[in-house]
Design a protein around this ligand. Structure first.
Ligand code: PLP
Ligand SMILES: N[C@@H](CCOP(=O)(O)O)C(=O)O
Length: 466
């Protein structure tokens, strides 16, 4: 399996090279050169496998010969062994043909653990084979950061610097990151939004001398490894509800467009998916695109679902590349114009093509609280604010005959204030995090200044004698 850049000016790589590269040298995102295909019979043969077994088979289609299959299976088994639900990704039925697939039973209580637990092990495996060390820089609106820190803490092959928007995550999310005191972890609160943090990460990749000096890598969903490891749970849920002999639909609470891109990848591989619904908060650029072909940046406003407080959704570029029939020159031009003008001009023909697969809905904070309340009253189900937006979107777009699955992206205890406001209930943190509020925190607050952030990355590298 080879990977090409969406901007067409970076070398073609194999899986481990794309994993270590993170972002392509030309600013584009790596994407498989061709989509692996599974026939209906091949999907049927996956029925009955445990989640780690299925994950290893699916992810193996993306790693190719690069990671031996027995090694991959072992890494998948280790990755999900610590999850605190035996089904790993349980499906809960809320109503007729309306399901929730819980993806938050990993150590940091969000769907990010599904990929990050494996990525931590894959990075260590690849780096140990190559005898190489790297330095990861990531941006987070709250969940990627803690999942990455948990997965990579104490690795002897890398350091991790995580940028989060100062004061814009929940306190639980911040503490999950800043109370990990391992010497290879560096937490920075950036005075700005998640988009500023993500721009800083991309600026570090664009600074070729810095990128080479520090052997930069990424673990945001710009890294194809993240997307590959998020595909299996869509296939697992669909098989449980009758696929490939029956269509299913998914609703995905969406911000950086990575999770729903993984669902769309499953569709490209042959999984019969009827619709994919983007669920947004008032930072609704993606829903505006789907509903009105309006892809204009309007500035990020804080919400009750802070992990989706994003306006520049990196993975949209991968969809765009496909909509453009993989014309990398046009993709590069559209992306550059988008950043220059704050608006993406997408020809109606492509927009109509996107609308064949995607639906969208945006909810205000007030509406989100009402959904949390209704879910609790009607089904005794405590949904976190991101999942609640997903459930409302699923209710709008479900059809009579096709099961609709909303992926539950975070545990409600990560957002106690929103849950308290909506239901009066304070969901307790699991035992492993029960003393989170008593733990010592360590982080620096910095302006969104590239030089200052780069110097902080250099400092953590020095501290670890890399
Ligand atoms: C809880 C939660 N829900 C939804 C999202 C949005 O997912 P994505 O950025 O893959 O679209 C995120 C962040 O990524 C998240 O942390
Ligand atoms: N919501 C995310 C934002 C980053 O998304 P990623 O999937 O690209 O890492 C977060 O919680 O940090």
């Amino acid at each position: 399996m080879r990977y090409v850049s969406t901007r067409g000016q970076a070398p073609t790589l194999n899986f481990s090279q794309a994993l270590l590269a993170g972002l392509a040298e030309d600013g584009g995102l790596y994407i498989p050169q061709t989509w692996p295909q599974l026939s209906a019979d091949e999907f049927r043969q996956l029925r009955g496998l445990s989640y780690p077994e299925l994950a290893a088979k699916i992810i193996g289609l993306f790693t190719g010969n690069d990671i031996p299959q027995p090694v991959l299976l072992d890494l998948c088994q280790q990755s999900y062994a610590g999850f605190n639900h035996k089904a790993i990704v349980p499906l809960i039925q809320l109503e007729h043909n309306l399901f929730v697939q819980e993806l938050f039973h990993g150590p940091t209580l969000a769907f990010k653990d599904m990929a990050m637990q494996l990525l931590g092990r894959l990075f260590d495996y690849v780096l140990s084979q190559k005898g190489q060390r790297i330095n990861i820089v990531g941006a987070t609106s709250g969940d990627t950061g803690s999942a990455a820190i948990e997965a990579f803490k104490d690795s002897k092959y890398l350091t991790v610097t995580i940028l989060h928007p100062y004061g814009r995550t929940s306190e639980v999310q911040r503490r999950q990151m800043t109370t990990v005191l391992s010497s290879n972890i560096n937490n920075i609160a950036v005075e700005g939004s998640f988009d500023d943090c993500q721009d800083l990460v991309k600026a570090m990749f664009a600074d070729a001398s810095f990128r080479d000096e520090v052997q930069l890598s990424a673990v945001n969903s710009i890294n194809w490894g993240r997307i590959a490891a998020q595909v299996p749970y869509y296939i697992y849920a669909a098989l449980a509800l009758g696929a490939p002999d029956r269509e299913v639909s998914f609703t995905v609470p969406t911000g950086n467009f990575g999770n729903i891109l993984a669902a769309w990848t499953a569709k490209k591989m042959g999984l019969p998916i009827n619709v994919l619904c983007v669920a947004s908060n008032h930072n609704d650029i993606l829903t505006r695109f789907i509903l009105n072909n309006d892809m204009s940046i309007q500035g990020v406003k804080p919400s009750l679902s802070p992990s989706m407080d994003i306006q520049i959704s990196s993975n949209f570029e991968r969809l765009l590349f496909e909509l453009l029939n993989r014309d990398a020159n046009q993709c590069r031009q559209i992306m550059q114009d988008f950043r220059k003008n704050g608006k993406m001009d997408i020809p109606d023909l492509l927009w109509n093509k996107a609308k064949e697969s995607f639906k969208g809905l945006a909810l205000s904070d007030e509406e989100t609280k009402t959904v949390i309340q209704n879910c609790y009253n009607d089904s005794l189900y405590l949904a976190d604010p991101h999942t609640a937006i997903g459930i409302a979107t699923a209710q709008k777009y479900r059809s009579k005959d096709v099961p609709m699955i909303t992926v539950a992206t975070a545990h409600p205890a990560k957002f106690p204030d929103a849950l308290k406001q909506a239901t009066g209930i304070l969901p307790p943190l699991p035992l492993a995090l029960a003393d989170l509020y008593d733990r010592k925190e360590n982080y620096q607050i910095l302006p969104a200044d590239l030089q200052k952030i780069e110097n902080s990355v250099r400092a953590v590298i020095l501290k670890n004698n890399f």
